[in-house]
Design a protein around this ligand. Structure first.
Ligand SMILES: C[S@@+](CC[C@H](N)C(=O)[O-])C[C@H]1O[C@@H](n2cnc3c(N)ncnc32)[C@H](O)[C@@H]1O
Length: 451
């Protein structure tokens, strides 16, 4: 089980805070993105420190395997976990951040080692880092096996590299794994119930935030500076923080004003509220989730955005068909729990915590959710299945298994998205990779109930 309630003490030292977050992620399986945001918000960390803290935490986590490859020849015997993370953090700065002087990196690490450990550890840290500076890091070219080299160079477990190479070939896999190590952009969805895209750009500009229109989603803005969650535009319900790819499912389902819609895995409500906006806040949406405590997040989002057509209910989607009136929805969204291999940029810990066995278990849940959606859908109704993963097992293979047991369901042509996305669809399925448009890896399939 993950412990999500971790605390980081901010003493004004960015490297120390980064080390605490990395240790919490490693020792207590804390979520890196949540802990980082919590720390930044709790201590109101200033822009410059915030940027460095984010860079150091994500960068070190993202390149964990690569950094170990660089470090291992210099380490003799066993070292404590916190010392290894301190060394990784320091080598990350040496190799990937050219602006930080090498002597400053070593001095900072030695000071932290003294504070957290004792003189002996500080002198070992000093020795290892100075040896690396003197002798240089080992070349990745020495790794002859190509899968192993990709795994170390991009810092992904070998089994993930193998699965992806098997599905998409070597070239696409390498592009994807490199894209997973790039910082994600900050994107927001404009609440069309309250403002046009042009008005939202102006409101953000008044708050000193520069926003550009997304190249793939018409209601989406890419923010070039600032922090969306701190803006008045956010507080006043003009924008919602959401990745561009996550905006595809609601657009593909295309719920119409007046329709009755079911969102089966709805929390925290990113897509529920998007659907309500597309429906012009007319009709009904039932937003369900297995975790009752998460429903409050959907309700808060609706309140902030001025949406009043959403009802929430704690329902396990695997039993949904037995709890509701058959054929009572015109459209259903199953935004299923998944391995998250498309969002590694935002949650680098995913690549180290997921196991190959998880995929089979996830496919079972995904199929149970889809099976339960079918009886609830009216004849002629639409069903969208979406995930934020790039795993074929959870995407195309789940769709295939679902269709095999449901002759009444057919894949339908995806419409309503810009041509640049539509041209990627294959038989009613659309897979976006992180390297395609700089958005999350995402999968969408559209079905129609034909009998
Ligand atoms: C990918 S997230 C949904 C994100 C959400 N659609 C949004 O756009 O904000 C998957 C959700 O499925 C929920 N979930 C997991 N198993 C479920 C089940 N058996 N029935 C219903 N919801 C489930 C999780 O609690 C989680 O909130």
């Amino acid at each position: 089980m993950r412990k999500k309630k971790e605390n980081v003490i901010w003493n004004g030292n960015v490297r120390d805070a980064a080390l605490s977050i990395l240790l919490a992620v490693d020792n207590h399986q804390a979520y890196s993105n949540l802990l980082l945001n919590q720390t930044i918000n709790k201590y109101e960390i200033k822009t410059k420190d915030r940027a460095l803290l984010t860079e150091l935490t994500y960068g070190t986590l993202q390149y964990k395997y690569t950094l170990d490859y660089f470090l291992d020849p210099f380490i003799r015997g066993k070292i404590d976990t916190w010392v290894r993370w301190l060394l990784r953090l320091s080598v990350y700065q040496m190799v990937y951040l050219s602006k930080i002087p090498e002597h400053a990196i070593v001095n900072e690490a030695v000071e932290i080692a003294k504070r957290r450990g004792h003189k002996g550890i500080a002198s070992m840290v000093n020795g290892i880092l100075r040896s690396i500076l003197r002798m240089g890091i080992p070349s990745l070219e020495k790794i002859k096996d190509s899968i192993e080299r990709i795994s170390i160079e991009t810092s992904h477990p070998r089994w993930i590299v193998e699965i992806l190479v098997d599905s998409y070939g070597l070239e696409t896999t390498v592009e994807m794994l490199k894209a997973n190590n790039l910082p994600p952009r900050q994107t927001v969805r404009v609440n069309t119930l309250k403002a046009t895209v042009k008005e939202a750009i102006e409101l953000l500009s008044e708050e000193g935030i520069e926003a550009e229109k997304s190249k793939i989603i018409p209601q989406c803005l890419v923010l070039l500076n600032g922090q969306a969650s701190r803006t008045k535009a956010f507080q006043n319900g003009i924008i919602t923080i959401q990745d561009e790819s996550s905006m595809m499912p609601a657009i593909v389902l295309n719920p119409k004003p007046g329709e009755r819609v079911l969102d089966m895995c709805a929390a925290p409500g990113g897509k529920t509220t998007h659907m309500a906006e597309i429906m012009n806040n007319k009709g009904q949406i039932l937003a369900t989730d297995i975790h009752p405590h998460k429903l409050a997040l959907i309700e808060e989002n609706c309140e902030r955005l001025g949406i009043n057509i959403v009802q929430t209910a704690p329902i396990d989607g695997r039993k949904a068909a037995a709890t509701m009136q058959p054929e009572s929805f015109e459209a259903i969204l199953v935004d299923a729990p998944c391995s998250g291999l498309g969002v590694i940029r935002r949650k680098p810990d995913i690549k180290y915590t997921k196991r190959k066995e998880d995929f089979d278990r996830l496919q079972e849940i995904q199929l149970e959710l889809l099976n339960n959606a079918v009886p609830l859908l009216k004849r002629g109704g639409r069903l969208v299945y979406s995930t934020c993963t790039v795993s074929k097992k959870e995407n195309e293979e789940t769709v295939e298994a679902f269709l095999a047991s449901h002759p009444e369901m057919k894949l339908a042509k995806i419409e309503h998205l810009p041509e640049i996305l539509l041209e990627k669809q294959q038989d009613g399925m659309l897979q976006v990779f992180p390297q395609d448009f700089g958005s999350d890896g995402f999968f969408v399939a559209l079905f129609e109930k034909v009998k």
